[in-house]
Design a binder for this molecule. Structure first.
Ligand SMILES: [Zn+2]
Length: 384
């Protein structure tokens, strides 16, 4: 099979993906050319992982490393009288949706001969990349915010990666990783187009698990937007193959305290606009400067969906409500439950529609912080 092709949306330059590359010479990000499409006959039915869709992936050969990522449960639960489908991306090998992108990205990088790698992450992507690097023997260094949840730091450390805690903003962590790109390969889940090639399999899975139909609405906790971009890419390939007609509405859910996509959306802009940022309990979606924000905004508009920014005080009740349905998730994922409550309430989503809520990360990732939320909730009123 031939190598895939990257192109730069900023300057139009084209590259053959035959060596590790993380950005264009002009400094812009790179995207993969349109995929070859996906149809029912392409599915490897006996393969209970995302590799059942290998025929649609830009990888050259079969995977060199897999930890069984993908093919996660889709379960129906009652939410305010509506039947809602929850996609349990929290049940991936490392407990978050990131494994979908990491597995495909790491396999591509091995194919083209990568050596030592490094990455910056608020936690989940770092844990995912450290784990897959360990599984295939690549030296790995992860730059994390100094206040990243302990569970995520432990997960990175136990995989044997070199953990570098960076004080300051999330952007300071990203800057430290970019500054290190002369020392080792910057295997950034936010820059690598092959990460989105992996997340596109979420679209294929929803389509297959719904009996080869598409839902009406999909709610996704969104920071840099790799699931939004992956979903658009996946549904696009299904539509071009004639497997589906129409598209689901995609809704990006953000924490109002750090909401780059919401700020641009409400300003009616299709590019980044400066916005005030504060800390949020939804640490996984606190992304001050999403690399592909223009593409994320475009994908949301094309799908006729939108952006919902939820307040801190909406997140904890949603997390507890999810937990009492048997869905133990981290606060970042619970933000989607908070958005669902609001959208059912204001009629944006109707109970008769098919709605999928993507639960991106396990509650085990942030058990300490969830414990603090519970203590605050159950404290006697005179102590408040
Ligand atoms: Zn360029």
């Amino acid at each position: 099979m031939t190598f895939a092709t990257f192109h730069c949306p900023a300057c139009g330059r084209v590259y053959t993906a035959d060596r590790p590359l993380w950005r264009c010479d002009c400094g812009g990000h790179l995207n993969l050319a349109a995929g070859r499409g996906m149809a029912r006959g392409d599915i490897v039915a006996g393969e209970n992982s995302l590799w059942r869709y290998a025929a649609a992936l830009a990888s050259r050969g079969p995977p060199r490393i897999s930890l069984g990522e993908g093919w996660t449960p889709l379960v129906m639960r009652d939410w305010q009288g509506a039947n809602i489908l929850f996609k349990l991306e929290s049940q991936m090998p490392t407990g978050s949706f990131k494994d979908r992108g990491t597995a495909v990205m790491i396999n591509h990088l091995i194919e083209v001969g990568v050596g030592a790698i490094h990455e910056d992450s608020s936690g989940n992507a770092g844990a995912s990349i450290a784990t897959y690097a360990a599984a295939c023997g690549l030296p790995c260094r992860i730059y994390v915010p100094a206040d990243a949840p302990r569970g995520k730091l432990v997960q990175i450390a136990v995989a044997g990666a070199d953990v570098r805690r960076i004080p300051g903003s999330r952007q300071a962590v990203a800057d430290a990783a970019i500054a290190a790109s002369e020392e080792s390969f910057y295997a950034s889940h936010n820059w690598q187009p092959f990460f989105i090639e992996g997340t596109k399999t979420l679209a294929f899975e929803l389509w297959e698990q719904l009996g080869f139909r598409i839902p009406d609405n999909i709610l996704v906790p969104t920071g840099y937007g790799s699931n939004i971009l992956g979903l658009e890419r996946g549904f696009d390939e299904l539509e071009r193959s004639g497997a589906i007609k129409g598209r689901p509405r995609l809704f990006a859910v953000q924490a109002a305290n750090c909401a780059a996509v919401a700020a641009a959306w409400s300003a009616g802009r299709d590019e980044f606009v400066p916005f005030p940022s504060r800390p949020t309990i939804a640490d996984g979606i606190a992304s001050p400067r999403p690399v592909r924000i223009a593409e994320v905004l475009g994908a949301l508009r094309r799908s006729k969906g939108g952006v919902i920014a939820v307040a801190e005080e909406e997140i904890a009740p949603a997390l507890i409500a999810l937990g009492q349905l048997g869905l133990f998730v981290e606060p970042t994922a619970a933000a989607a439950g908070a958005a669902l409550t609001r959208m059912l309430g204001d009629g944006t989503i109707e109970p008769r529609q098919t709605t999928v809520v993507v639960l991106t990360g396990s509650g085990l990732k942030a058990a300490d912080r969830i414990g603090e939320l519970l203590e605050t909730k159950s404290a006697p009123s005179e102590h408040k």
